[in-house]
Write a protein that binds this ligand. Structure first.
Ligand code: SF4
Ligand code: SF4
Length: 143
């Protein structure tokens, strides 16, 4: 779940039904195994780990490498039936010109204009190194 604080004037939306029906699809699909029927282990979540600053533990690195993404995750959102009929946002800024694939040479420039740059380029470079198999001792994310 996220929240955007803005002074932009936007039309009111219909409140979505957000109740969980307990289908377990998110638990089964989570690539990090951090969701359990009784709760979740946030510190193993790939969204958390790929935004965490500093050097990751070997276990955290292994999880990020296995996930294969250098930023975020949201698999649980993709599989949740409560999101099945979600309509694309009408806010163009949030739906146009999305970045799906990033090369190492693009990271510094993209971090100046994209929301994911808020953590600084070092975190993205670290994650890129992990996912693409850089030697562990070269992977840092100090800003
Ligand atoms: S964002 Fe990914 S890793 Fe985190 S709980 Fe959801 S599916 Fe699991
Ligand atoms: S996938 Fe959605 S509806 Fe199903 S258990 Fe997870 S949060 Fe609840």
């Amino acid at each position: 779940m996220g929240e955007i604080v803005t002074t932009l004037s936007l039309p009111a939306d219909v409140h979505a039904h957000t109740g969980c029906i307990g289908c377990g699809a998110c638990v089964r699909a989570c690539p990090a195994g951090c969701l359990q029927p009784g709760g979740r282990e946030v510190t193993r979540c790939l969204s958390f780990l790929t935004q965490k600053k500093g050097v990751l533990t070997p276990e955290e690195e292994a999880a990020v490498r296995k996930g294969g993404l250098i930023w975020g995750c949201d698999v649980c959102q993709d599989v949740c039936p409560m999101n099945r009929n979600a309509r694309p946002t009408r806010v163009g800024l949030l739906s146009e010109d999305l970045v799906q694939f990033v090369e190492a040479g693009q990271i510094d420039t993209l971090c100046k204009t994209r929301a994911f740059g808020f953590r600084g380029p070092a975190v993205l470079h670290r994650n890129y190194g992990i996912v693409h198999g850089a030697p562990a001792h070269t992977i840092t994310a100090e800003n």
